[in-house]
Ligand binder design. Structure first.
Ligand code: NAD
Length: 368
């Protein structure tokens, strides 16, 4: 319904935000897209390299809690869409130190909502067409038993970690701004993403990078925790579909219909990397410290470690609504997506070496 979409993308230098900026500007090369990011440990300016060629692209370093900055960016560029990714996103960090999660995920989201309302609904120009799209997670729904039906949009919220609770709080605020003030909002709750630019503290890139260093592959508890996994580009396409066709006030589950136990993912990554190294000796030379170059099988590196406190056993997402109503379906199957992801990490060692700098090492020291 909005004629020309002029986007503020928050958290644009993070994993999914960056993938989304690349995706959106590929689809709409002349679009206005202002990328806002505080560049916390998880944000990386390099994730947006190559986008400067688009005349409508700008990067702004800043915090979503900085009201003056956000207001200025919104009005200077006449932005009418907010795609809100910015968040503290790592469950383990939220267990160690929840404060930042409350500040960014709840207060930060509220700050954006308040500014959107002030500019779009109560501003000098009066009501203007707009959309606030909020990116959330399936973790707000809590945990499932092995036989439970997958999460639907109507499933009651039951967040278990400080991370999930902070995202749930944000989701409720988005809903309330629509209900109370008539802000045009949509929300998507997505399952676990994987793909390029994924910070190597998360399971899939961590396993890839550790194999490349011949380091143990840590598995929480028995490794039978089940998650649904979605290739990040499919998620980006799902978000774009909602921006284009989603009904205001609605929330949409996005998932891969692809449940995997952690331990099976680690085994799959190990097998595919064994294959890639066997197919192409170039990788043995490029990664002389890798398990393969050291003559070890990747699976032998698996090491079970103490389980995460309060670890949810299973998430599964029922994404029939977005398929039925908006015709969206994921396109990339898991083994293909994992293979593409591994290749990306093999081809971009500078990227992950750079992000695993001092502050990341400090976190590893706290954790292990
Ligand atoms: P990420 O940690 O890689 O990126 C988050 C980005 O937000 C970083 O670039 C960081 O610098 C930025 N940021 C953090 N605090 C900020 C602040 N106060 N102001 C401005 N920028 C700030 O996370 P991600 O995996 O890309 O997740 C993006 C969004 O998607 C989050 O809202 C997350 O809850 C949601 N989500 C993620 C997944 C997943 O599997 N990764 C799944 C479902 C939903």
């Amino acid at each position: 319904s909005i004629v020309e979409k002029r986007l503020l993308v928050t958290g644009a230098a993070g994993f999914i935000g960056a993938n989304f900026c690349h995706y959106w500007l590929q689809q709409h090369p002349r679009a206005t897209l202002i990328a806002l990011d505080a560049l916390t440990y998880a944000g990386n300016r390099h994730n947006l390299e190559g986008l400067e060629q688009h005349s409508g692209f700008r990067f702004v370093q800043g915090d979503i809690n900085d009201a003056l900055l956000v207001e200025r960016v919104m009005t200077d560029h006449h932005l009418n869409v907010i795609v809100h990714f910015a968040a503290e996103s790592h469950v383990d960090r939220s267990i160690h130190d929840p404060d930042a999660f409350i500040r960014t995920n709840i207060l930060g989201t509220h700050n954006l909502l308040r500014i959107a309302r002030a500019i779009w609904l109560d501003g000098p120009q009066g009501w203007i067409p707009h959309r606030f799209h909020h990116i959330s997670t399936d973790e707000v729904y809590g945990t499932l038993g092995p036989q439970d039906p997958a999460f639907r949009e109507e499933t009651p919220y039951a967040p278990n970690s400080p991370y999930a609770a902070s995202k749930a709080g944000a989701d409720h605020l988005v809903r309330a701004y629509r209900h109370t003030y008539g802000l045009s909002t949509t929300t998507s709750n997505c399952s676990n993403n994987y793909g390029p630019y994924h910070f190597p503290e998360k399971l899939i890139p961590l396993i890839i990078v550790n194999i490349l260093h011949n380091k143990p592959l840590p598995i929480y508890g028995d490794g039978r925790q089940i998650r649904d996994w979605l290739y990040v580009e499919d998620h980006c396409r799902g978000i774009a579909t909602i921006l284009e066709q989603g009904q205001e006030g609605e929330s949409y589950n996005i998932g891969g219909c692809n449940e995997w136990a952690n331990i099976d993912i680690v085994r799959l990554i190990g097998e595919i990397m064994d294959e890639l190294f066997a197919e192409d000796p170039r990788w043995l030379q490029a990664f002389p410290h890798s398990a393969a170059a050291q003559g070890r099988k990747n699976a032998d590196l698996i090491q079970h470690v103490r389980d995460r406190p309060g670890h949810d056993r299973r998430y599964a997402i029922d994404a029939t609504k977005i398929t039925r109503e908006l015709g969206f379906k994921p396109a990339v199957d898991f083994p293909t997506g994992i293979r593409q992801t591994i290749r990306w990490y093999l081809e971009h060692p500078q990227w992950w070496q750079k992000v695993m700098d001092g502050s990341y090492q400090e976190w590893l020291d706290v954790q292990y």
